[in-house]
Each structure stands twice: as structure tokens, then as C-alpha cells.
Design a binder for this molecule. Structure first.
Ligand code: PXP
Length: 259
């Protein structure tokens, strides 16, 4: 069963709304670990809209689980990752105007740049993952540039309804199988919440799910322990057969909204 990795970006979003020193995403991450997070993810964006440079240094120093550093291919951010030496990195596309990470990385188009950056990060001891749409061409290119993992983008699945969601789930199942066949290890994430996570936790070969917004939002009502604990149970002990769309009850019916 996959492990739950919790993304703490949106704790920092609240702090940055007032340029305050609280709420502290590092303290929130430590509480998330106590509640069952098996890793912590943070995205240091080029515009520093939420996570700040000092946050990632403190996360690296203080958390007990794995630090997954989400990052663009920007040379300044690559230099920070090289110095930081996180346990894992996930390379994502980044556009200053977007509200959140939109599509997956254009691995085919960025092949030459990735073929330089991926081994550099791997030599610093990081598991290197590429955030990709569930698309065979992108998966083949990810294997060619030497990535160890892909993180399958679950945003289209999360946004789809009815039969559309079933189609997106089937695409993710095919992509997870294809990635495995190509020798890639598989993670997944984006847009997952307490209602839609069940079928994703049952995807074949998936090792880690990265989930942020829904957990941070629920923690405002019920605290970190309940919010992380409830998601950890859904991820690590999914109910129902693989590939079924078994719905999972939620206390407050959280839906993902773009942020
Ligand atoms: N994985 C990646 C690569 C992401 O960019 C994000 C959003 O920062 C997530 C997972 C988590 O998405 P969400 O906050 O919607 O759970």
C-alpha cells in the first residue's frame, strides 16, 4: 500500500498572507509526522508565494521522515536543491501566473535539460522524480533521462466527474503499469481529497501519494492529528478492490478547489 506524504505549502500560504512568523509549516510538519505522515513535501516556488528558503532548511534539519523537495528546473532552484540535499526531489513545471501546478512536466520537450539536471541531483543522493501526465510518451522520455520515479499527475482524475472520472482512472492504471514496465518507480498526487483518494491508493505499483490542500483545509476544523490520521488510514489501508471507484466517507465532504 502507498505511504502518505503530506505537502505543507498551504500552511505557509496562510502565514504569507500576513508576512507573519506563524503558522509555522515546520511545526505543522512535525505534528503531521506524529499523526502518521511518512514524508513531508514542500515546493519552493520561484516567486516564494508560500514556502520560503529558511523553511526548507529547517524542514531538512528537523523532520524525522523523508523530505521531498518539489522544484522547477530554474537554475537558482536547482542550485538550492544541490546545496540542500533533500531525500527526494520532484521536478515540476512552474509558471508564475498559475494558481497551482497545472499540467505535468513536458519531459519530451525538456529532454536535453533534464538529462543534465537529473543525474546532478541523483549524485547528491536524492531520489529524482518527474511530475508527469499519465501519457506514454512522457513516461518513455522520463526513463530515457534517467529519472528513478515518476509522480503521476492525478489532477484530471480529481477534476473529472462520472464516466469521465472512470476514464481518467483507467488512464492512470495504464500509466502506472507502463511506468513499471519501463523500470520507473511510481508516485502520484495533486487534487486528491478524502472522497477521491480511494481508487488512487489502489493503483498498481504506487509507492507514495503527495497530498496537501485537502489535509491542510481539514486541519483548520479538526486539527492536524485528525486530518492527517484520517488521510493516512485511507491511503495506507484502502478499502475495496483495486481499480474500483469505492467512495470513502468524509466528515465534511471536502472538495478540492484551486489554490
Ligand atoms: N504533487 C505535486 C507535484 C504538486 O505540485 C502538488 C501541489 O503542490 C501536489 C502533489 C499536492 O496537491 P494538492 O495540494 O492538491 O493535494
Amino acid at each position: 500500500m502507498p505511504k502518505l506524504h503530506v505537502n505543507v505549502d498551504h500552511v505557509a500560504t496562510v502565514r504569507q498572507a500576513r508576512r507573519e512568523h506563524f503558522p509555522d509549516p515546520v511545526l505543522w510538519a512535525l505534528a503531521a509526522e506524529q499523526a502518521g505522515a511518512r514524508g513531508i513535501t514542500a515546493h519552493l516556488r520561484m516567486d516564494r508565494r508560500h514556502i520560503q528558503d529558511e523553511d526548507v532548511k529547517q524542514l531538512k534539519r528537523r523532520i524525522a521522515t523523508k523530505l521531498n523537495f518539489e522544484m522547477s528546473l530554474d537554475p537558482e532552484i536547482v542550485a538550492i536543491a544541490i546545496a540542500l540535499r533533500p531525500d527526494a526531489v520532484c521536478l515540476v513545471p512552474e509558471d508564475r501566473k498559475e494558481v497551482t501546478t497545472e499540467g505535468g512536466l513536458a519531459v519530451v520537450r525538456e529532454r536535453a535539460r533534464l538529462a543534465r539536471i537529473v543525474p546532478k541531483l541523483a549524485r547528491r543522493g536524492a531520489e529524482v522524480s518527474l511530475f508527469v501526465d499519465p501519457d506514454l510518451e512522457q513516461l518513455e522520455a522520463a526513463a530515457l533521462v534517467g529519472a528513478e520515479f515518476v509522480e503521476l499527475h492525478t489532477g484530471s482524475y480529481a477534476n473529472a466527474k462520472g464516466r469521465g472520472r472512470e476514464r481518467e482512472l483507467a488512464r492512470l492504471v495504464r500509466a502506472a503499469e507502463a511506468a513499471h514496465e519501463l523500470g520507473l518507480r511510481v508516485n502520484a498526487g495533486h487534487g486528491l481529497d478524502y472522497d477521491n483518494v480511494g481508487p488512487i491508493a489502489r493503483l498498481p505499483h504506487v509507492e507514495e501519494l503527495n497530498i496537501g490542500f485537502a489535509i491542510v483545509a481539514r486541519s483548520l476544523f479538526e486539527g492536524v492529528e485528525v486530518a492527517v490520521g484520517a488521510m493516512a488510514r485511507l491511503v495506507e489501508r484502502p478499502i475495496g478492490p483495486r481499480g474500483s471507484n469505492g467512495r470513502v466517507p468524509t466528515a465534511r465532504g471536502e472538495r478540492r478547489t484551486e489554490t
